[in-house]
Design a protein. Structure first.
Length: 296
């Protein structure tokens, strides 16, 4: 009877950590603006080694069109927008989205089709239909914005996409919302496995896959139930990143057998990821299963 109850109990205390959305905002304090159907341009550097996936944009649009529908097309060019504002041939239409115009100097949200940018430098052009950009004149101190993942340098504008005259410096008023790829995953299950994946082996038959990063290690709360003593929970770290590790995108660790209230034992071959238990070496009922890991 206990054998059927325990997997349900373990499943209940394992929480999936979903990747969080992050946003970078320039400003919403316009003192200038362009024609309906115009474009703004800025440079974007992706410094997160796993790249980003852009999910939403917020824009500052002309108040005369409040509650009207608008659409935005996202064009991308390698390296920089500077010098390319009137060279339509170098721009690639990468995504589009739409929304309703909000009051001036407040965000008008566009749910754009998700698109991924690998680490590197890009020029970005945002071309509107049904609305005009509001933006701020650049003064040297209001043109650069950054966080741990991206750096934004603004920028310029044109009243028609990819056509002179070019107005610069102009600071795009807006927000980029994005997700970052997990650097690693924790495979968690109740049985050992030996599933060969190229030159690597998956050592856990996973019932949960928990995203984690090099700065955020997962922990799993163990219910305060002595009936769990002796139950083995198996974990293994797994990385798939063809952007950073093009020649060997899959990296795995050995496995850890957390036998609740009894022991923690490594098993399987030592691979590219180093993994170890943190906190209490023996996970007790009412305690936690926690790991640390590193990619040498």
């Amino acid at each position: 009877m206990n054998r059927f109850v325990r997997p349900v109990a373990v499943g209940a205390f394992c929480a999936l950590l979903a990747p969080a959305q992050t946003c970078l905002t320039t400003l919403f304090a316009s003192n200038n603006g362009g024609n309906a159907g115009g474009a703004v341009y800025f440079d974007l550097s992706v410094v997160n080694p796993n790249g980003i996936t852009v999910t939403d944009l917020e824009l500052n649009l002309s108040q005369a069109l409040v509650n009207d529908p608008f659409s935005v097309d996202v064009y991308v060019t390698p390296t920089t927008a500077v010098g390319n504002q009137t060279n339509a041939a170098v721009w690639n239409l990468t995504s589009s989205g739409n929304g309703l115009v909000a009051a001036q100097d407040t965000p008008s949200t566009a749910d754009v089709a998700d698109f991924t940018l690998a680490p590197g430098d890009y020029g970005i052009a945002l071309v509107l239909t049904g609305a005009g950009h509001r933006y701020t004149n650049g003064n040297g101190s209001n043109q650069n914005y950054s966080n741990a993942d991206i750096e934004l340098d603004a920028g310029s504008a044109t009243n028609a996409p990819f056509l002179a005259p070019i107005f610069m410096p102009r600071v795009w008023n807006g927000t980029i919302c994005y997700q970052t790829a997990s650097e690693c995953f924790l495979l968690t299950g109740l049985r050992q496995w030996n599933f060969l994946l190229g030159s690597d082996a998956i050592l856990v038959e996973p019932i949960l896959v928990i995203p984690m990063t090099l700065s955020t290690f997962p922990s799993i709360d163990v219910p305060n139930d002595n009936g769990l003593v002796g139950l083995s929970v198996y974990v293994q770290s797994f990385l798939y990143n063809p952007t950073v590790y093009a020649n060997d995108p899959i990296k795995v660790s050995d496995g850890l057998d957390f036998r609740i209230g009894v022991s923690t034992t490594p098993y399987g071959p030592t691979n590219q990821i180093v993994m170890w238990p943190t906190g209490s070496i023996v996970a007790q009922p009412g305690g936690q299963i926690s790991i640390g890991f590193a990619i040498p």
